[in-house]
Structures are given as C-alpha cells and as structure tokens.
Design a binder for this molecule. Structure first.
Ligand SMILES: [Fe+2]
Length: 177
C-alpha cells in the first residue's frame, strides 16, 4: 500500500477501488483523509519543523472530525441500525488521532515507523472495518444536508473543495486517481 506520489514523495496509503463505500461524497472525503495522512507521514519522515507538523496534523484532526460528522448525518438519515456503535468507534478513533497529534509534538515523539503503523491501521479500521457496513444504506450521489454549516476552517481540503471535486467527478466519472 505504500508508494510514491508523482513528485517522488513517499506515501503511506494509496486509494484502492475496494475502499469505496458506494457514496461519492464520502469516498472523496476518504481520499482527502488519505492525502492528509500521507502529508503527515511525509512531514515526519522529512523531519520538518514542529510548527509545520503542527499545522499538518491540525488539518488532519479537523478534517477527520468533519468527516465523522458528515457520516453520522447520513447514517442517521437512513436509520442505519449500527449508528450508535459506529458513533462510539468514531469517538475512539477521534481520541486516538488527538493522542497521536499530541505525541508527535512532544520531544520524545514516536518514530516514523510507529506513526506509519498507527495511521495505516487507523485508516483501514475505519474504512474497511466500519464504513463498509453502512454502504448498502446510502445512495451513490447524495450529500449530507448540513455540510455547508460544518465546513472545517482549514484553508486546504475545505468542504467547498470536496464538493467541487464531487461535482467534477459527476460530470466526468472517468477522471479518477
Ligand atoms: Fe469514514
């Protein structure tokens, strides 16, 4: 699953078609999370300044919070029976992400290998282990109705950008990664 971007930067996770949960909006959010996970991984590997890492991880944590919120809106809308256990898992993953963020900013921060293992397992647990369960309840093209009100503050990977990409993909479904 590890690889390289076009610019030669190492990647921890690469999007795979079987990651799809059957909803384009949430698939795009998962792609954005992969980008942020890879950027975090690269920042640690490159030994970038703590302030850069702090910004990158803040963006990841904010985006994950936002994504979980959107998922819960859609699961609730469709009376997904596993909503409460999924919410509990979101809480656990949120805590793990915040803990990792804190650990990476301390002097005795975890090694790149530890971060690699954590983030990869974290992502696969969330998408493959949990999100696949709601896939059959959602239609391909719907979006969470409260999405504009829950937009993250981060400059990049904003809800507007995700929606723009979502619309673009609808216009040209072959334009994929
Ligand atoms: Fe998800």
């Amino acid at each position: 699953m590890t690889g390289q971007t076009d610019t030669g930067c190492p990647t921890l996770i690469q999007w795979q078609p079987y990651y799809s949960v059957g909803n384009r909006y949430l698939d795009n959010q998962h792609r954005q999370i992969i980008s942020l996970v890879n950027r975090t991984y690269q920042s640690i590997l490159l030994g970038e300044e703590k302030e850069t890492l702090r910004t990158v991880m803040r963006r990841l944590v904010d985006y994950v919070d936002h994504h979980f919120h959107d998922e819960e809106i859609l699961m609730q809308k469709h009376d997904f029976p596993g909503l409460e256990s999924h919410r509990a898992e979101h809480s656990r993953l949120t805590k793990d992400t915040h803990d990792l963020q804190r650990a990476c900013l301390q002097d005795d921060s975890p090694s790149a290998q530890e971060v690699l293992s954590f983030l990869k397992q974290w992502f696969l647990t969330h998408v493959i282990g949990d999100d696949k369960q709601y896939a059959s309840y959602l239609s391909e093209d719907e979006v969470p109705v409260e999405v504009s009100a829950s937009a993250p503050k981060a400059e990049a990977f904003s809800t507007a950008e995700v929606l723009e990409r979502f619309r673009k993909e609808q216009e040209d479904p072959t334009d994929d990664e």
